[in-house]
Structures are given as structure tokens and as C-alpha cells.
Design a protein around this ligand. Sequence first.
Ligand code: CO
Length: 248
Amino acid sequence: MIILKSRDEIRKMALASRIVGEVLLKLKEATAPGITTDDLNRMADEMIRQKKGVPTFIGYRGYPKALCTSVNEEVVHGIPGKRVLKEGDIIGIDLGVTFEGFVGDSAITVLVGKVSAEVERLVRVTAESLDRAIEMVRVDARLGDVGFAVQSHAEANGFSVVRDFVGHGIGRNMHEEPQVPNFGKPGTGLRIQEGMVLAIEPMVNMGTWETEILKDGWTVVTKDRKWSAHFEHTVACTAEGPIVLTRV
Ligand code: CO
């Protein structure tokens, strides 16, 4: 069942989402060679609680941390730990916050110092593919339009799109219907309605689209270990068009 949100509920979702956006911005500024993924997690946890939010990921299906931190060939759901970031790495930082009963969910991929030109292109194209997808979030557009926006831009640039994980509806729960694939055909799929709130989250790979899960049960990596980038925003569909709730 798809739960449509009223204007008032979207206003509340904007409050949770703003915390997510603000914390991610701080984490981006803090990302540098020499810090660990646990350092980022600790900072996130403190900032969220200071803002009276709750880290949504902690305890979700037993997940232990506030953040997911996915480095280089890790696609999503990397668990923060002792890993030290080094110049040339990229790190996907994914965060969910619950505030007054509603959830916001967003992710960014950050360059650690100077990265190779090809990796920089991967990250830029992934961010662009999310922007293009967001533009499709309009009344009477289709989810296939959203997926096609991501897939066509990524593939035109020689990259591939992950199939095994998709975006999602979001509201009082982090994961609601519908699923939001990052691939599809224009004019197909579910019709987008006013009041839908979607977490759109393209995962784009330099090599194969195929993934596998490491033995920790969480970390998703590319099958060929080539690098991957991930961006996510929580987006509300209104009569006036899309509102990106997690953009600060
Ligand atoms: Co998400």
C-alpha cells in the first residue's frame, strides 16, 4: 500500500530530512585522509542527538550504526569501523534520521582528497543522474521515467546501474512502497501522485552492475571490485513539482 502524505505531513518530513542534510554536509566537510569511518559515525550520532533526532539505521534489522559508510568498491551498507580513509578514496555516506515520527534518508559520495579523473567522473555522473531522476517526480509521470533518467545518463557515460538494490517510498517508516528502481522504460510503471514521498538512490558502477554481499552480512560490493558511487535524496511530489526535502 502506498501512503500518500498531506501537506502537513510533508512539512514534518522536511524537518527530519533537514537534519539529515545538515549532518551530511558536516560529514562531507570532515572527510579527509587519516580519519576513520567510525570517526564519521561518532560525529553523526552526536549531531543527530543534539538536534533531537534519532538515527534510524541503528537497530534496523540488527544494523549496528547510525551511518553506512561505503568505500571505493563498496556499493552501499558498509559498516563504519577502524578503516582509515586515504587520499584518492571515495566514500558513500548514507544517513537516516527519525524526527517527530517521520524519517528522512539521504546519501552522498565524497572524494577523499584528490581522486583520479575517471573516479571523479563516476561521482559526478551519479550525482547528475539523481538530479535528472528528481526532475521526473511530477504528478502523472511514471516510475519508469525516474529509472530511465538514471539508467540512460549512467549508461551513456559508460557506467552501469545496480539492479539488486532500489530506492523506496518513505514516511513514518524508512521503507514503504513503492520500490523505486534506477532503471526502466519511459512511460511504464506506477503513476506518480501528489503526496508521494520517494527516496531515490542511484548506485552507479564503473564496471559490472552485479554485486555481492560480504561475510559481515551487510557490506555490498561490486562483483568485479571496480568502484561504485551512490547518492540519495528524499523527494516529495507536490502539485507544484518535486521538493527535495533532504537538500540543504
Ligand atoms: Co534509502
